[in-house]
Design a protein around this ligand. Structure first.
Ligand code: ASP
Length: 436
């Protein structure tokens, strides 16, 4: 049995959090590889070290003095080191990094030092080896992640270390410069390490006891999701439910390694288990989660006796050439609607309408803004009859008009569009219809 653990920024924000982390790691012998974030927020208006580093980079690029800003970063690390009573100093590292920033090191290099330094402290505190991500995580020349080379080199590197800490968030370009993933990218590093180590589980330790069935800012006290499939997670994440970086499932998915979202501040809670597939699903709820987003528009085109295939292909070309993403395409006999993010339509409307005229000469085109999409996601929907009916009934009884319906053919989700003003009402109605 082998476990890979990733601790997020709030789990490593100060010495007290480091102590909790050490207790978690040391409580099971299988917890051999640990991926660390940079120190995050200790309280709500605190500043993450990563953001402090970006700030230093900006100051340096404007040729301003970074002494004060950099000193605050040193202080964050030094207080962790002294509170943990470690016989260990990062002074040489500070010196080197500060010089590099002043001499205009790249932005990604600067940002990556947050996890680099924190991982050094954690390795010293745990008595684990330190493996620099720079030696085992690779990007291609075009900036995309080189999964296969990384997997091979990471596996070889891990094999040389019984126990190790690896900094999250970054890797190296072919020319040797440091490149980071997008924000929150330490989740991806954890997944990469889990795959390379052939881990039995990837534990992602954060500050919530798992993923919730709905956004707690909108629904009071939503239930925690005990088990969710990778695919359901993708559906919910796409609609804005965030618990993990959206690219973090890809490395572990190759090897079917489950991810367990856990809470550093409540280590006895089971959290949420994200699994490839669920075989024994006997006592499951019908829906797994609900998520939604505002900011959508529909473009509805009408043409008598349209040849739908050709018509749609031409319409999609018009959208594609203008970089407008299409999210859903509900169709009628002589109508086609396209649901698009309003932001991707902005400033392009006139040009788009002209292009429709040229390509398909529609009888009528109507653009409606101000829509919200709600996704009701659940693997249980396949087996249980009447789920869609229950969703529509709940929304109708709440006095909300449904503008569009789309059910994914895998029967994993039902998407409805409502006016933005009705968004929360509809969300609440659906949640209480299923969760009572
Ligand atoms: N520290 C980085 C960030 O703030 C990466 C991470 O925490 O995953 O985005």
């Amino acid at each position: 049995m082998l476990k890979v653990l990733k601790f997020g920024g709030s789990s490593l924000a100060d010495a007290e959090q480091f102590r909790k982390v050490a207790q978690i790691v040391k409580s099971e012998d299988e917890r051999r590889y640990v991926v660390a974030s940079a120190p995050g927020k200790r309280y709500s208006d605190d500043i993450k070290v990563t953001d402090m580093l970006y700030d230093c980079f900006r100051l340096a690029s404007k040729k301003q003095n970074i002494d004060e800003a950099f000193k605050k970063i040193e202080d964050r690390y030094n207080s962790i080191i002294s509170d943990l009573e470690l016989d260990f100093s990062l002074n040489d590292e500070f010196e080197k990094i500060k010089m590099a920033i002043v001499h205009h090191a790249g932005e990604d290099y600067v940002a990556s030092r947050g996890e680099y330094l924190n991982s050094m402290i954690l390795a010293a505190y745990l008595g684990y080896d330190f493996i620099d991500a720079e030696s085992a995580i690779f990007f291609f020349e075009n900036g995309s992640f080189d999964a296969e080379k990384t997997n091979q080199v990471m596996a070889e590197t891990l094999a040389e270390h019984e126990r190790a800490v690896i900094p999250g968030f970054y890797g190296v370009m072919p020319n040797g410069t440091i490149k980071t993933f997008s924000r929150g990218g330490s989740d991806i590093t954890g997944s990469i390490v889990a795959r390379a180590a052939k881990a039995d589980i990837y534990e992602n330790w954060t500050d919530v006891s798992g993923m919730l069935m709905a956004d707690p800012r909108l629904i009071e006290n939503p239930k925690t999701i005990d088990v969710i499939t990778y695919q359901e997670l993708r559906e919910l994440a796409y609609m804005g439910a965030t618990v993990l970086h959206e690219d973090a499932i890809f490395p572990v998915r190759v090897s079917d390694i489950p991810i367990n979202i856990r809470n550093t501040n409540e280590p006895t809670a089971n959290g949420t288990l994200i699994v490839p597939e669920i075989t024994d699903d006997s006592n499951d709820t019908i829906i797994t989660g609900i998520a939604g987003k505002k900011g959508f528009s529909t473009i509805t085109l009408e043409k008598d006796q349209m040849k739908k295939g050709v018509f749609l292909a031409e319409v999609l070309r018009s959208l594609m050439h203008r970089d407008i993403n299409v999210e859903h395409i509900p169709t009628g006999i002589d109508t086609v609607s396209l649901v698009v993010p309003t932001a991707s339509l902005e400033g392009k409307e006139d040009d788009l309408l002209a292009s429709f005229d040229r390509r398909v000469n529609p009888d009528n085109v109507v653009i409606t803004n101000g829509l919200a999409l709600i996704a009701v996601v659940g693997r249980g929907m396949v087996k249980s009859k009447g789920t869609a009916g229950k969703v529509f009934k709940a929304i109708g009884e709440a006095g909300v008009n449904i503008k569009m319906i789309d059910q994914g053919s895998g029967e994993l989700n039902i998407i409805v569009a409502v006016e933005e003003k009705d968004y929360i009402t509809a969300l609440k109605a659906i949640y209480s219809a299923f969760m009572g």
